[in-house]
Each structure stands twice: as structure tokens, then as C-alpha cells.
Design a protein around this ligand. Structure first.
Ligand SMILES: *Cc1c(COP(=O)(O)O)cnc(C)c1O
Length: 422
């Protein structure tokens, strides 16, 4: 195997890598191409992808249907600005998303990343109150364990400890970040907080069902019903950030469809294009949208990312929805859940493991302390799998079409590397 390709050594002094202490981190693995559920490295090794490239590649890589759609759109129009111009991929995608989402979540605002869609949802919530003539609704209520992005405003609604952003405490106005109402006591505490401070709060924001980057923490749908009840009781908006759980990951297409709880705004990204191109959306209910519908130009939502509704990305998202329409993903997610349950069970006995849990196509092994990410990644690569732990968890979120054999290889590698095989 070549020690290191020239492009890596030449580019390495110039590329600033994500979430990375550049001085001490091991060199990144070099990717030649992707195929199915595998990442093929420059040295010829093939790694089964256990985390679907940060939860994006839900159909695996290089899906021919998405590729054809993107190639056709590339030949027609790779990009046009969205101000004053319209194109079929975006308008078709908006109507399809509105049809898939529950209630009156009908108004789709496109952006290019998850964080920006959360920023837009927050801005919609703030301006909803301003446009209705209600002053003082400037705060967001968020939940411990949550993660909503890395930009300045989204950092304020992340878990202050787990959210990776504690250095910046004090830079932005602090938001109340409290425990999820998982039981009667925490529900009463949230009820009391909203009774006291509800007049300051524009919206509550939550990752429904599974808090992802904050530690793969699960809660049941009763929590979401409580949040909806409390939001209604105190007249506070409710935002579901479904950037991680959306598109089938928990076994329902969306948490809001599966739980029967309809938020006022929902954010989507990650698997929206099947892991091919950057795209996100903040989708508002009619109630929100109507507060902006006016003869007053000042009541408009003044936002418009340059690459919003990129036609290539929208074509990819439409093709991804076609694949979802076959319904195969449901059986795949159920099959993956079974495979994760059985395959990860031996980890319960491994040193330092405090919990093993599965929800849909998400399998989690939680430790009593933060894990050594670099060393574990290297161990996983030796087992022929790509898995990147975070914080205290080693987790699997494979692409839905993963084969039985590949899934067994993933769970086997986790068991072996965390020392579960005795
Ligand atoms: C990844 C993620 C984001 C941020 O998305 P980016 O595209 O990385 O900006 C926000 N919310 C949740 C729940 C996420 O998982």
C-alpha cells in the first residue's frame, strides 16, 4: 500500500478538519470511492459504513436512481438563484414534503445545512410573535442532551456540556436548557418554568425520540405529547428538529408522523438527499405562515441562502423520496433493529459499558466515560468497518439496505473492539 497519496501530504497543511485537534489527531483515512454500504480506501481496503456518513446515506452510496436524477438535472440546470425564479425540482419537493408531514406543516423554506435550517426555524418563531404584535418573546427553551448545530445561535440551544460549545458560554445570550419532561416531576418543573417565564419564550426546540449528537439518548412519545400539551397551555411554539431522526431512522418516516404529535415547525436535513448533496428545510405550519402573510413588506421573512433549493440537491431529494415510496425501508429498519439487538447484546458484559439500547436503525453502546475516538476508529478499521464514536457512545446507524452479513460484521466489530468477547 502507498504510504500516503501525494494529494494528502500536499493538502494536509491547508485543510482544517472538523471536530479535530489537528496537532494530535491521527491522519484521516483516504477514500477512493464509495459503493453500496461500503467506503473503498485508496489502499484498496473496503470498510462497511456503520454510521452512514453522519446519518446521511440512508439508501447506501451511489444509488443508481439518485445518480440518474442528479445527472439529468446537471445537464439541465445545476443551479439558479431562488429569488424571483422557480424550478420544478424544488416545487415538486416542497409539495411532496408537505404531503408527507402531518397537520398543516405545509410551508417549506429551503436552506443548505442543518444548522442553517435550525437558525431559520428560530427566526421564524421570533418573527411570528413580532408580526403578531407580541413583544418580549426573545428566548428559546431547549433540553439537556440536545444538539441543534454548530453556528452561534444553534449553539445556545445545545446541551451546555455535551454540546461541544461550553467555551462560548457568555458570547450569545444564554437560553434556558432544562430536563426533558420524562416523568411527572420534570413535567411539573417545566410547567412551572413556563408559567413563570413563558412570556419570554418564543419556542421550545427538541430532537424528538432520539437526541443524537448529544449522546444517542432515547425518550418515548409520551414526552412529546407532554411538550405539545405544555406548549399549548402556555402559548409557546414547538419546534421538532428531525434532522437526525427524520426519514425512517426510528422506524417511522418522521417522529411527528409516528408519535401523532405535530409541532409548529420541523427541520429536516441529513438524509433528505439520501446522503448525496447538502440540503435542508424548515417547514412551518399554516399558523406560523399566516403571521407573515400580509400587505406589509416588513412582515416578510427576510432570509435567502444563496444556494437555497439548489436544483441538483432537490432532484436528489425527490429521487430519494421515490425510493422511500417503495416502502422497503420499513422492513429494512425492522430487520436492522433485530440485528442490532442480537448483535450488540454481548456488549452489556464489556468493561465500562453502562447501557446497550436500540431504537429503529440506531444501536448504542454507552460507556461510563468518554471513549478514545481515534484509537477505537483505528481498531474498527482493522475489522473492516467505519464507525466513529462520539462522547461516551459507540453507535451504529447503518444505511437501510445493509445486508445481514455486513450488519453482523458491524456488530461483531463493535463487540470485539470494546472487549465484549471475553
Ligand atoms: C447534524 C444535526 C444538526 C446540524 O446539521 P448540520 O448540517 O451539521 O449543520 C442539527 N440538528 C440535529 C438534530 C443534527 O443531528
Amino acid at each position: 500500500m502507498p504510504a500516503s497519496p501525494a494529494w494528502l501530504s500536499e493538502g494536509a497543511p491547508h485543510v482544517w478538519r472538523p471536530y479535530c485537534q489537528m496537532k494530535t489527531a491521527p491522519a484521516p483515512l483516504t477514500v477512493a470511492r464509495t459503493e453500496g454500504c461500503r467506503i473503498v480506501l485508496e489502499d484498496g481496503r473496503e470498510l462497511v459504513d456503520g454510521i452512514a456518513s453522519w446519518w446521511t446515506a440512508c439508501h447506501g452510496y451511489n444509488h443508481p436512481h439518485i445518480r440518474q436524477a442528479v445527472e439529468a438535472q446537471l445537464a439541465r440546470a445545476p443551479h439558479v438563484m431562488f429569488g424571483g425564479l422557480a424550478h420544478e425540482p424544488a416545487y415538486r419537493l416542497a409539495s411532496r414534503l408537505a404531503a408527507l408531514l402531518p397537520g398543516e406543516l405545509d410551508h417549506v423554506f429551503f436552506a443548505e445545512s442543518g444548522s442553517v435550517s435550525v437558525e431559520i426555524a428560530m427566526k421564524m418563531a421570533l418573527q411570528y410573535w413580532i408580526n403578531r404584535g407580541v413583544a418580549g418573546r426573545t428566548k428559546f427553551l431547549a433540553f439537556l442532551g440536545g444538539y441543534h448545530g454548530d453556528t452561534l445561535a444553534t449553539m445556545t440551544v445545545c446541551d451546555p456540556e455535551e454540546g461541544m460549545h461550553s467555551l462560548f458560554a457568555g458570547v450569545m445570550p444564554a437560553q434556558p436548557v432544562v430536563a426533558l419532561p420524562v416523568n411527572a416531576a420534570s413535567e411539573a418543573a417545566l410547567d412551572a418554568l413556563l408559567a413563570e417565564r413563558g412570556q419570554e419564550i418564543a419556542a421550545m426546540i427538541v430532537e424528538p425520540r432520539v437526541q443524537g449528537a448529544g449522546g444517542m439518548l432515547f425518550h418515548d412519545d409520551e414526552v412529546l405529547r407532554r411538550l405539545r400539551r405544555l406548549a399549548d397551555r402556555h402559548d409557546v411554539l414547538l419546534i421538532f428538529d428531525e434532522i437526525f431522526v427524520g426519514f425512517g431512522r426510528t422506524g417511522d418516516l418522521f417522529a411527528c408522523t409516528g408519535s401523532g404529535v405535530t409541532p409548529d415547525i420541523v427541520t429536516l436535513s441529513k438524509a433528505l438527499t439520501g446522503g448525496t448533496l447538502p440540503l435542508s428545510a424548515a417547514i412551518a405550519s399554516r399558523r406560523i405562515f399566516e403571521a407573515f402573510w400580509s400587505d406589509d413588506p416588513g412582515a416578510a421573512l427576510m432570509h435567502g441562502p444563496t444556494y437555497m433549493a439548489n436544483p441538483l440537491a432537490c432532484a436528489a431529494a425527490n429521487a430519494s423520496l421515490d425510493i422511500f415510496e417503495t416502502g422497503q425501508w420499513r422492513a429494512d429498519v425492522a430487520r436492522i433493529a433485530e440485528g442490532l439487538e442480537a448483535g450488540l447484546a454481548p456488549c452489556r458484559a464489556a468493561p465500562g459499558v453502562v447501557d446497550v439500547r436500540v431504537r429503529g436503525a440506531i444501536g448504542v453502546v454507552e460507556f461510563d466515560r468518554p471513549v478514545a475516538v481515534g484509537a477505537l476508529c483505528a481498531g474498527f478499521a482493522q475489522e473492516g468497518v467505519w464507525i466513529r464514536p462520539m462522547g461516551k457512545v459507540v453507535y451504529l446507524t447503518p444505511p437501510y439496505p445493509i445486508s445481514e452479513g455486513e450488519l453482523a460484521q458491524l456488530t461483531g466489530a463493535v463487540c470485539k473492539v470494546v472487549g465484549a468477547n471475553g
